[in-house]
Design a protein around this ligand. Structure first.
Ligand SMILES: [Zn+2]
Length: 447
């Protein structure tokens, strides 16, 4: 194996009041990431392009050198499930959500409070598959509030979803439900949105009166009574092929992306959400992905040139404005996966790259256009940029130091061995500014 790329979903962040004006990555104790940072280079990445707010699929598609036009969210998500797709099938990504009523149309929560258990989602999904439409369709609940919807037959995807939280690089606050709309006047597009709008209305009736939601309301939980759909797609994605890559992925989007990109996918069943604590579930997920990745890398280091490991959990505290949870997740990963990699990568001559697919700053509760920090371990002593100061950690103290190791003010300390991996240092790193499609080439992962 030549290189390992770890994508920490939503990694980039902004200073937060709860963390004393620092970012989760800045305050996290990450000795192992810092070890790599100190023996490599840092830089910063605009996953698609500057001032573009990417959705996860747009980001990952771009980071691997593809054009946005060549794939859709719906197709990628559906290809990450066991649903079989044929040409013309229309696939969409779905969220179980909460609205006050169809008439008022106010969205109370885009993810039904993140408390939908796996068995509840399955029950609702079964009920939805009983809906009578003039055509065939498949509805499949995937993980937590996520699901996939596929209309069978020849449809148009020149239509909107019934929500567009991110659109062409911009974030839109969505608080009202809307219908699917057409982008053209073709008969097929009009027919497609009519069928979808009909399904959404019927789905509301089924969901709102379903015993699962009656029970949820009684226990003070938000009912999962509405479906938000986005990323309509009919064309099979046409993505660059990464034949000698393995992928460790477990969310439908990343599994679908990896499959379409020709990678060998190693996956596991995500721990079921059994109780109301979605963060407890995320911690179980992190534990599983850390140990699973370790096993996959050990077993396959001779078989594949590169590994792509996508860790989804780190994105969620950003959406929920939970900076302390995000910091704890980063610390957990540092003490498990990155600790393993510290003993695995250097002796095997393997490079390590760590970055995010986009920033999800806690205080914004959404993706942002801010660049994500990049760390590239290539076992070279770091080249320090002149003129710049860097943040170092000496014991428990953070100090700004000049490039020669002397303190920015006061006396110097030459025993510096832990340059911190964080947004600030990444912006000053020698790897510099990287934009979307040039990422893999810049870190040398294409050869
Ligand atoms: Zn993401």
């Amino acid at each position: 194996m030549k290189g390992i790329l770890v994508i920490l979903d939503g990694l980039g962040d902004l200073p937060h009041r709860q963390l004393g004006g620092k970012t989760p990555l800045e305050v996290a104790e990450t000795p192992n990431l810092d070890f790599f940072a100190n023996r490599g280079e840092m830089g910063y990445l605009y996953p698609v392009k500057p001032s573009f707010v990417p959705e996860s699929d747009e980001a990952i598609v771009s980071i691997f050198g593809n054009e946005q036009i060549d794939s859709t969210r719906g197709q990628l998500e559906a290809r990450g499930t066991d649903l079989k797709l044929t040409r013309g099938d229309l696939a969409l990504r779905v969220n179980f959500a909460t609205v006050d009523s169809l008439k008022e149309g106010n969205i109370i929560d885009r993810r039904a409070g993140r408390t939908l258990t796996t068995s509840e989602a399955e029950e609702l999904s079964n009920a939805l598959n009983e809906i009578k439409l003039s055509c065939k369709f498949s509805f499949e609940a995937t993980i937590q509030h996520r699901a996939v919807f596929v209309l069978r037959g020849g449809w148009s995807d020149n239509i909107t979803g019934n929500e567009t939280p991110y659109s062409k690089g911009r974030v839109k606050g969505v608080d009202k439900i809307s219908n699917f709309k057409v982008f053209d006047d073709e008969e097929n597009a009009l027919y497609t949105v009519n069928v979808l709008n009909e399904f959404i209305e019927k789905a509301y009736e089924v969901l709102n009166n379903h015993p699962v939601n009656e029970r949820r309301k009684k226990s003070g939980l938000l009912p999962a009574n509405y479906l938000l759909m986005r990323g309509p797609g009919i064309e099979p994605p046409k993505l660059k092929f990464y034949k000698k890559w393995l992928s460790v992925s477990y969310m439908p989007l990343e599994i679908g992306f990896s499959r379409v990109s020709g990678m060998k996918v190693f996956s596991f069943d995500y721990p079921k959400l059994k109780n109301l604590d979605s963060y407890e579930n995320l911690k179980e997920g992190l534990k599983k992905v850390a140990s699973f990745s370790t096993k996959v890398l050990r077993k396959n280091k001779k078989k594949y040139d590169y590994a792509y490991i996508h860790i989804k959990e780190t994105d969620i505290p950003g959406h929920d404005n939970k900076p302390v949870e995000k910091k704890l997740m980063l610390e957990y990963l540092d003490s498990t996966l990155f600790k393993f990699l510290r003993n695995f990568a250097p002796p095997n001559g393997i490079k390590l790259a760590v970055t995010g697919d986009h920033s999800t700053p806690c205080k914004l509760k959404a993706h942002s256009a801010d660049p994500v920090p990049v760390l590239l371990y290539n076992d070279k002593p770091p080249k320090r940029k002149d003129r710049f100061f860097s943040m170092f950690k000496i014991g428990n103290q953070e100090v700004e130091l000049k490039v020669d190791g002397s303190k920015a003010s006061g006396t110097g300390n030459k025993n510096i061995d832990s340059e911190k991996f964080c947004e600030k240092n990444a912006r000053r790193g020698t790897l510099g500014r990287i934009v979307g499609g040039e990422f893999l080439e810049r870190i040398g992962f294409l050869k």
